[in-house]
Design a protein around this ligand. Structure first.
Ligand code: ZN
Length: 586
């Protein structure tokens, strides 16, 4: 896309700066560990963030089956660049960046992802059948009998009123009013139907408030993608309710409602489940994709407005913003775009590629917005946390361990720790855990570990699929030659390398060792794999223009940024300052 001129802002940033596109991420190459490492300059072994969920520690208090959220700042052990900046008296503003500033004094931190409650959803004629609207107060004018429907978002019961708006030239039902009570004066949103596509972005509601089951206030956005004029069906989408999570709530008072109502992700789950209509890979006509892309645009718009507000209204020395794109869309479509996967269909790839490119362009536009707004003499750095790769085969590791008698289930189908020596745990981080006696309920004595490792290695390396070796490497975190950054108290024992096209699955009692699935984009693999490599760009004062960086690692980001900002590097950083990026040596 860069070469074809489709990402003009990124091209400009790269041209005027120092750039690497083969940055080594961390193992596992997923968001939580990658962010912990890029913000601290320390490896997962040091940060303790070894997955989206991580094994609980200390090991003697928890079994190999227990885990905690890897996004928890309380579990992240290394100093972040936020804290290092604050030590140097700098003000930080962070928008929805993982591990952003729970312990901050000087900074302003928005953390929408920790405020998400529940799922997004669809209300349509089959799950909310319109009925005659009786017992309403202040019914609005309508040329057809108003019809009522009821639905729930979060813990709030909402009422919809279908009317034929006399001011709307459309014949038949043409408007959906959404209200918290049977009263036309309590209407919170007036929705006009419109197919997803050009102009659709104007049909979203302003954020409306709903209650969560815990009695808190959350916000959601509504979009009426379809309404039949005879009221026989309609299609109403709502974004997942999100509570406001900000370090200084008073700062948000009086701001644009969009800034206060975080969204954070598009409707990827509903799209994948087929709830947006048949997807293109399943024979759809593109309606589902157009709807999904509108949800992506709304998320990017919300983030852009938050950036605009924060850049203009808040004092900052360091400003960080996160976007989930293109990652979220890569998961949907990368599997269909990889010509190396068996079953690749060129005509399908040709239809999906432009859609993924639109998502990339939306991120390029956000970048352009930040470039345009950046004050003079500002360093602009861009980094992505991991790559992505198409997969369509699954390896059920626990099935092999069960067959070999290394993993046992009880009568209820649960893991029997008294008979289990090793497991691929449900946290699915690309590593096995050995049920050693240093862990709660462990059974493998330290002196038997080496023999067990040898046995597991032989077992896994022997797996074949159509003659090909599926597990291509087993790396023992405790060996002297272990890959850098793996293991540690919260890490795994044996890290698995797989043949491209395969992903791991932690299912117990799978029917087979190897399964197939619809292709999709996956990451988490060994970070030295080419597809897991990622990008890093520095642009601004003190940085060479047009410099191509070699051998950069995710852990070099924080030390290099610290150097450019003239602040101390985070104290636990093991990464290096990328000297080649700098115009003059320090
Ligand atoms: Zn992802």
């Amino acid at each position: 896309m860069l070469r074809q001129g489709k990402l003009p802002n990124l091209a400009k940033l790269i041209e005027g700066g120092a750039f690497a596109d083969d940055v080594t991420a961390v193992f596992p190459s997923v968001t939580a560990p990658a962010f912990a490492s890029l913000l601290t300059g320390a490896s997962p072994k040091i940060t303790g963030i070894t997955g989206i969920r991580v094994p609980r520690t200390p090991r003697n208090e928890f079994t190999i089956l227990e885990s905690a959220s890897g996004f928890s700042p309380a579990l992240q052990r290394a100093e972040t660049i936020f804290t290092a900046a604050e030590r140097a008296g700098r003000k930080v503003v962070s928008l929805h960046v993982p591990f952003g500033g729970e312990k901050s004094r000087l900074g302003v931190y928005l953390q929408g992802y920790s405020g998400t409650t529940g799922r997004d959803g669809v209300v349509h004629g089959r799950n909310a059948r319109p009925q005659a609207a009786t017992s309403w107060l202040n019914l609005p004018a309508s040329e057809a009998p108003p019809l009522e429907l009821t639905f729930t978002i979060g813990a709030s019961l909402l009422l919809g009123l279908l009317i034929d708006d006399p001011a709307d030239p459309q014949n038949g039902y043409d408007t959906l009013l959404v209200s918290g009570a049977r009263d036309g004066r309590e209407v919170r949103a007036i929705l006009k139907p419109g197919a997803a596509g050009p102009g659709g972005d104007l049909l979203w509601s302003q954020p409306i408030t709903v209650n969560t089951s815990a009695g808190q206030v959350a916000t959601t956005y509504l979009r009426l993608f379809d309404l039949k004029s005879d009221s026989s069906d309609f299609f109403l989408y709502y974004t997942r309710p999100v509570r406001q999570t900000v370090s200084h709530p008073e700062l948000l008072e009086g701001t644009n409602p969009t800034v206060r109502a975080f969204i954070g992700n598009g409707a990827w789950q509903l799209y994948r489940q087929g709830a947006f209509g048949r997807t293109i890979p399943n024979g759809g006509d593109g309606t589902a994709e157009a709807r999904y892309l509108e949800t992506v645009a709304l998320v990017q718009h919300q983030l852009t407005e938050t950036c605009r507000w924060a850049l203009e209204q808040l004092p900052w020395d360091i400003f960080l913003a996160y976007t989930p794109y293109p990652d979220e869309a890569e998961h949907q479509w990368r599997g269909y775009l990889d010509p190396g996967l068996p079953g690749f269909r060129a005509e399908l790839a040709d239809r999906l590629r432009p859609l993924l490119e639109r998502v990339y362009r939306s991120s390029d536009e956000l970048l352009g917005f930040l470039m345009e707004r950046r004050p003079e003499n500002t360093v602009l750095a861009l980094i992505s946390d991991h790559g992505v790769e198409g997969t369509n085969k699954i390896l059920y590791l626990n099935k092999i361990l069960q067959q070999a008698g290394l993993l046992a289930l009880d009568a209820q189908g649960r893991v029997d720790l008294a008979k289990t020596k090793v497991i691929y745990p449900a946290i699915d981080n690309g590593y096995l855990l050995i049920n050693s006696t240093e862990r709660k309920n462990g059974i493998v004595p330290v002196e038997e570990r080496a023999e067990l490792v040898g046995r597991v290695r032989d077992l896994l390396l022997a797996i074949r699929d159509e003659g090909r070796q599926v597990v291509t490497g087993v790396d023992d975190a405790q060996s002297d030659e272990a890959a850098p950054g793996i293991g540690g108290e919260s890490g795994g024992d044996l890290y698995i390398d797989l043949l491209p096209g395969f992903r791991l699955d932690a299912k117990l009692n799978a029917t087979e060792i190897i399964g197939s699935q619809e292709p999709h984009g996956v990451h988490g693999f060994n970070p030295i794999r080419a597809s897991m490599r990622t990008i890093m760009v520095f642009n601004g004062p003190g940085i060479k223009a047009g410099e191509r960086l070699r051998d950069a690692r995710l852990v070099d980001f924080a030390p290099t940024l610290a150097q450019l900002l003239n602040i101390p590097a985070p104290i636990d950083a093991i990464g290096s300052v990328l000297q080649d990026a700098l115009t003059e040596p320090p």
